[in-house]
Design a protein around this ligand. Structure first.
Ligand code: VGL
Ligand code: ZN
Length: 225
C-alpha cells in the first residue's frame, strides 16, 4: 500500500465554486453488503460532516449512485462458470467481475440509512446500461459516454471538486481521475475513502496514479468552512 504523508496537510478553506462529490455510499458497499468495502460504514459520520460543510448557498453537494439493471455484464453471475472477483477483460467491463450489487431499486442500491442525502442538490446514477459499467461519476467505462456530471458542474460554475466515498480504488479513484482530466482542481479526502482491494494492488495503483496527476490529498480535519 502506498503511504501518502498527510501530516503536513495544510488547512484548506472552502467557498464559492466548490462542490463535494460523494461517491457510492450505498448499502451493498458496506460491510455485510453484496460487494463489501472494509470499513465503508466507518466513514459515514465524517462524510456527513463534509456534506454539512458544503450545504450552503455558495457551494454544492452531489451524490453518485451505482445503479445496475438485473443481469448487468459486470456481474460474475452473467458469465457462465465465472466467480466474483475473477479477472475479466471486456470492452466496458472489468478488470474484474463483481458479485451482483446495486441492482436498481433494491435495498442494496439505496444509500446508507444515516447518509445526509436530503442535502444533495443532484444525484448522478451510473452503470445503468446492461452491457457497460461506469466506475467514474463522469464517464462510463467506454470512456466516451458521459453521465451529465461534467455538464452539471460546469453549468453551476464549479471549478474545484472535493471527492470522498467508495470505493477508493474504483469509483472514487476514476471519478477523481476524470475530474482532473476534465480540468477541475481536485481535492481527495483520503480518510473518507476506503478500497475494495481487488486485485490486491488496486489501491496502491490508484493512489500512485492520482499522485502523478496533481491531485491534492487532504485529511478531512484540514477542510474548513
Ligand atoms: C464500484 C465495483 C463495482 C465502486 C462499483 O463503487 O467503487 N466498484 N461497482
Ligand atoms: Zn457497480
Amino acid at each position: 500500500m502506498v503511504k501518502i504523508d498527510l501530516s503536513l496537510s495544510e488547512i484548506i478553506g472552502t467557498g464559492p465554486g466548490d462542490a463535494l462529490v460523494v461517491v457510492d455510499m450505498q448499502n451493498d458497499f458496506m460491510p455485510g453488503g453484496a460487494l463489501p468495502v472494509p470499513g465503508g460504514d466507518e466513514i459515514v459520520p465524517g462524510v456527513n460532516a463534509m456534506i454539512r460543510m458544503f450545504s450552503h448557498a455558495d457551494r454544492l453537494v452531489v451524490l453518485t449512485q451505482d445503479w445496475h439493471p438485473p443481469g448487468h455484464r459486470s456481474f460474475a453471475s452473467a458469465h457462465a462458470g465465472r466467480q466474483p472477483y475473477d479477472p475479466h477483460e471486456e470492452p466496458g467491463i472489468g478488470p474484474v467481475l463483481w458479485p451482483d450489487h446495486c441492482v436498481q431499486g433494491t435495498h442494496g442500491a439505496a444509500f446508507h440509512r444515516d447518509l445526509l442525502t436530503s442535502h444533495a442538490q443532484a444525484i448522478i446514477r451510473k452503470g445503468c446500461r446492461i452491457t457497460m459499467d461506469s466506475y467514474s461519476g463522469f464517464l462510463e467505462n467506454d470512456r466516451t459516454t458521459t453521465t451529465g456530471l461534467d455538464g452539471y458542474l460546469r453549468d453551476r460554475k464549479v471549478g474545484r471538486v472535493f471527492i470522498c466515498g467508495l470505493a477508493l480504488d474504483y469509483c472514487a479513484f476514476f471519478t477523481a481521475s476524470d475530474a482532473l482530466d476534465l480540468g477541475y482542481e481536485v481535492v481527495f479526502i483520503l480518510d473518507l475513502a476506503r478500497p475494495v482491494g481487488s486485485p490486491p494492488d488496486s489501491a496502491s495503483r490508484a493512489l500512485r496514479t492520482l499522485e502523478s496527476k496533481n491531485v491534492r490529498f487532504v485529511r478531512s480535519d484540514a477542510v474548513r468552512y
